[in-house]
Design a protein around this ligand. Structure first.
Ligand code: GLN
Length: 192
């Protein structure tokens, strides 16, 4: 029998429904997470794209900052776009607080207003993949323990550190579930 991991999608704001569907296609049972109790019931979590400042405010209002930090110490978290901003140790333009689970410096809205959104071709582990960027951040610095999995225009767009992973694009909006499948591999691995 194949056991499907139970993966939460933080559903306070942003693009959570498309992640839920991508997770189901990739082989997980996906549930929306809005409370600390719901968080405790999942094996791993996706923090979706959206607006990181708004998401931070809602995390604060719901009293979820500490539960998320504690969850991330034990279980895998995948942050996409705004979620990547929330996982970084350092956020620029402007600076804001974050969970600091991956040793990254991330600059918000870094591609500029004129090119808010784009679809680019990237290479993930030798496979061509489509990356949908929407008011995306740029990863300006990666720490020693961070492994870069894909780059676009010379900067990392997909990276991992131990059990955690970030994408500055929206893998849930692509036809391929390869990026979600990679995250699910971390869920079934022994936790580092
Ligand atoms: N620009 C957003 C932020 O700074 C992120 C955009 C996204 O998640 N698509 O939070």
């Amino acid at each position: 029998m194949v056991i499907r991991p139970k993966v939460g999608v933080l559903a306070l704001q942003g693009d959570f429904e498309a992640h839920r569907q991508a997770l189901e296609r990739a082989g997980a049972d996906a549930v929306e997470v809005r409370t600390a109790d719901e968080l405790r019931a999942v094996d791993a979590l996706i923090i979706p794209g959206g607006e990181s400042t708004t998401m931070l405010k809602l995390i604060d209002i719901e009293g979820l900052f500490q539960p998320l930090a504690e969850f991330g110490a034990r279980r895998p978290i995948f942050g996409t776009c705004a979620g990547a901003i929330l996982l970084a140790t350092e956020v620029l333009s402007p600076t804001q607080s974050s969970l600091g689970l991956m040793d990254l410096t991330v600059e918000r809205n870094a591609y500029g207003r004129q090119i808010d959104s784009r679809i680019a071709q990237i290479d993930v582990a030798g496979q061509p993949a489509e990356a949908v960027f929407i008011r995306a951040p740029i990863i300006r610095r990666v720490g020693n323990r961070v492994k870069v999995l894909a780059e676009y225009q010379g900067t990392p767009v997909l990276a991992e550190q131990g059990k955690h992973m970030v994408a500055t694009f929206h893998p849930e909006l692509s036809a391929s579930d390869a990026v979600h499948r990679r995250f699910l591999q971390k869920v079934s691995q022994p936790l580092a």
